[in-house]
Ligand binder design. Structure first.
Ligand code: UT7
Length: 325
């Protein structure tokens, strides 16, 4: 048996933050954001909304889609960089809300690559028969970690959650190749230094805005394109396919120009590379599962299709996964 994706779901806040709204907050313009990122709007959680709420709704939709009862899930991995709180893990809070009384819940902390990290981790558990069903969720409320005085980061991030139920599928289907990697030397290209054991939470860290994400977008851009293109090729080679065999590529929705550059390096026509960044912005670990669910529900992916997913994020982290539906 292989591990496969049995069902998916997604959810996001009702609140919308448009480029016009941002023009009123920071020194930016719709024209700059659109041409440099492809983003037109992003979802924004209300003050009383938090990550696990979106995760639970996405997870319930995925369970219903898969026809799997929450009590039959044995592990819940919540990929998030924006947890509800430091302790306990968001995975535990989701486990409680779902009534998944036979599951272990925990978080995967791998920034935008978190969903593919989660997929990679449960893949072998299912393939070897250690567990029957897993729930992998990517969920973020990034707008609460974004510094709205820093125009180079605040315009790209948005909120949302996507989930997938995984279980055994016949050989030839499901996950055909998957790989995750990290390189901590690039730590300071995207980081939030405050609040941990290194700097703690002090008046100084708050005044320095160290609890917010800081990003060297331009440097990250190049590493993102290089890493996602390389690992995508590796996944195809490993499984013995070429890009021509792939129905759709779902890259992490970081920036439309990153997506276009990856498509060009892989020599895939743009029509075969999914993008929803105009509506959602960059939702970090939620971007791939939201995109995947949209593709499945819109009929862009049907049974038998080969789908290539690739992610890149702070850490830096990256990953690739090739799936036959
Ligand atoms: O999710 C995974 C991790 N994240 C990423 O992979 C993000 C990767 N990086 C990016 O998406 C892009 O680098 C950004 C969208 C963040 C920035 O775009 P860029 O084309 O790399 O711009 P830049 O940082 O090179 O800045 C170019 C200019 C600068 O002005 P000067 O110095 O040339 O006068 C910036 O100050 O654009 C300016 N700028 C802005 N102008 C208007 C930066 N942000 C803005 C803004 N509005 N929001």
């Amino acid at each position: 048996m292989n591990a496969g994706i049995l069902g998916t779901g997604h959810d996001y806040p009702e609140g919308v933050l448009t480029n016009a709204d941002l023009e009123k907050i920071v020194d930016t313009s719709d024209e700059w954001i659109t041409t440099r990122t492809g983003i037109k709007q992003r979802r924004k959680a209300a003050d009383n909304e938090y990550t696990s709420q979106f995760a639970v709704r996405a997870a319930n939709k995925a369970l219903e889609d898969a026809g799997v009862d929450a009590k039959d899930v044995e592990i819940i991995l919540c990929a998030t960089t924006t947890p509800d709180q430091i302790l306990p893990s968001t995975g535990c809070l989701i486990q409680k809300e779902l009534g998944a009384t036979n599951a272990a819940g925990m978080d995967v902390f791998a920034a935008c690559s978190g969903f593919l990290y989660g997929i990679s981790m449960v893949e072998s558990m299912i393939r070897t028969g250690q567990i029957k069903h897993a729930l992998v969720i990517g969920a973020e409320v990034l707008t609460k970690y974004v510094d709205y005085t820093d125009r180079s980061t605040c315009v790209i991030f948005g909120d949302g959650a996507g989930a997938a139920v995984l279980g055994a599928v016949p050989e030839g289907k499901g996950i055909l190749a998957t790989k995750i990697l990290s390189d901590g030397r690039y730590e300071e290209q995207l980081f939030a230094p405050g609040g941990g054991t290194k700097l703690g939470t002090t008046h100084e860290t708050i005044d320095n805005r160290d609890h917010y994400f800081k990003m060297r977008g331009n440097e990250l851009f190049k590493v993102a394109v290089r890493s996602m293109s390389k690992i995508s090729k590796e996944m195809l080679d490993k499984a013995g396919y070429t890009v021509d065999d792939v129905k759709i590529v779902i890259p992490h929705q970081a920036n439309q120009r990153i997506t276009d550059a990856v498509a060009s390096r892989l020599k895939v026509p743009k029509e075969k590379v999914y993008s929803n960044i105009a509506q959602h912005g960059n939702t970090s670990s939620a971007s791939i599962p939201i995109a995947l669910d949209e593709c499945l529900k819109d009929g862009k992916i049907v049974e038998g299709d080969l789908v290539l997913m690739t992610a890149f994020g702070g850490g830096v982290t990256w990953g690739g996964t090739l799936v036959r539906f």
